[in-house]
Design a protein around this ligand. Structure first.
Ligand SMILES: NC(=O)c1ccc[n+]([C@@H]2O[C@H](COP(=O)([O-])OP(=O)(O)OC[C@H]3O[C@@H](n4cnc5c(N)ncnc54)[C@H](OP(=O)(O)O)[C@@H]3O)[C@@H](O)[C@H]2O)c1
Length: 351
């Protein structure tokens, strides 16, 4: 960011009412539109029937506005350098698809100016100050009105949020599978989340690990006991989790194999009932039971598919949870939260 964070002071305003854009639609803008998650957001928001997309911004490192060839005829406007004054003036809701250090700086400014923020980064996900200091040191405080944006669980709180902090891609898959079982008291002991992700999960800047010639033809574990999504999953389910991510040679998609122990005497039908009841009104969760899900079934969609197998004799359960990291794990989930925030049908612009 270059000078974009020294905005002209504006008096704090109330959250603007719905309907300040064309045809009574909320005006939305994207910061980080040149990234993987941001481009996906652009695709979704440019054709969202109940939002008016007003601005798409890059980091500001490049001084000249640019076009995004992949989005020609979807979004024909240039992507301009990050400008907080314009974001505040021309959007009711700002989607942040920025690195978490930038989001930690930008979100409070926009909130102070009365904008609503939907953040895709990890900056505002951890509620415990000590944990946040450790994993997200650029975020000393959680702004008032921050809600953890897993719509399947926090729909009611999201409706009144000022800042929706969207869950991480790995946690989204894990929590959708585990939450109902934890809430029903069906699990005991430790949980193991064995996760595989395509390379777009690491963003557009290549590294030694994500370089094509390193990643192609290989599978590698990384971040054992040191990945920020581990504490995020633990925060949400309140149980110890051994989280082991792997990088696989796919462009997109996450598949998690989750190993857990059922409370003694718990049955497969209790598992099935808990999951079915939890997601009876969740349009983006597809329960596949014993027919285990695959990345190909969810790629480019906002679905999270969850299957499971139970061995009642040994009280073991294995769940498989699958989503597209750039859609349900990022941009799609953010748009779903926008829909909830504005009282729209959750599927608007996504199905
Ligand atoms: N990738 C995923 O699967 C995924 C899933 C869930 C959540 N997320 C989160 O979403 C956010 C974006 O991820 P991504 O994968 O899309 O990243 P990315 O591909 O690296 O894109 C980053 C975006 O942020 C901009 N940017 C970089 N540094 C900046 C700075 N200092 N100030 C302002 N803007 C800056 C970049 O602009 P330039 O083009 O000008 O550099 C680009 O538009 C991250 O916080 C990530 O953790 C990602």
């Amino acid at each position: 960011m270059t000078g974009a964070l020294t905005p002209t002071p504006i008096a704090r305003a109330d959250i603007p009412p719905v309907g300040t854009g064309a045809a009574g639609r909320p005006r939305v803008a994207i910061a980080g539109a040149t990234g993987y998650a941001g481009q996906e957001l652009l695709r979704l928001l440019a054709r969202h029937p109940a939002a008016t997309l007003t601005l798409a911004m890059s980091s500001g490192a490049s001084s000249t506005p640019r076009a995004l060839p992949a989005l020609a005829k979807i979004w024909n406007e240039p992507v301009i350098p990050l400008d907080l004054d314009r974001l505040s003036a021309e959007a009711d809701v700002v989607f942040l698809a920025l690195p978490e250090t930038a989001a930690a700086e930008v979100a409070p400014v926009l909130l102070d100016r009365g904008r609503r923020v939907i953040d895709l980064s990890g900056a505002f996900r951890l509620r415990d100050d000590g944990q946040r200091r450790r994993w997200y040191p650029a975020t000393p405080l959680l702004p008032e009105g921050t809600v953890y944006g897993l719509a399947e669980r926090h729909r009611d709180q999201i409706r009144g949020a000022r800042l929706v902090s969207c869950p991480g891609c790995y946690p989204t898959a894990a929590l959708i599978a585990l939450d109902p079982l934890v809430a029903a008291g069906l699990l005991e002991g430790a949980v193991i989340v064995d996760a595989k992700s395509g390379v777009s999960g690491a963003g557009k800047t290549p590294s030694d690990r994500t370089h094509f010639s390193e990643n192609h033809g290989s599978v590698a574990a990384y971040g054992i006991f040191s990945h920020r999504h581990g504490p995020e999953i633990e925060q949400e389910i309140g149980m110890p989790v051994t989280f082991v991510p792997h990088l696989v040679p796919l462009d997109r998609g996450i598949l998690e194999t989750i190993y857990a122990t059922l409370r003694h005497g718990a049955t497969e039908s209790q598992v099935s009932d808990a999951l079915t009841a939890a997601y009876s009104d969740a349009p983006f969760v597809r329960l596949t039971g014993g027919a285990l899900p695959e990345i190909k079934h969810v790629a480019h969609t906002n679905f999270c598919d969850v299957g499971w197998k139970v061995d009642e004799a040994t009280s073991r359960i294995v769940l498989v949870s699958c989503l597209d990291n750039l859609v349900k794990g990022a941009a799609g989930q953010a748009v779903q939260n926008f829909n909830v925030l504005y009282g729209l049908d959750e599927r608007t612009g996504l199905l």
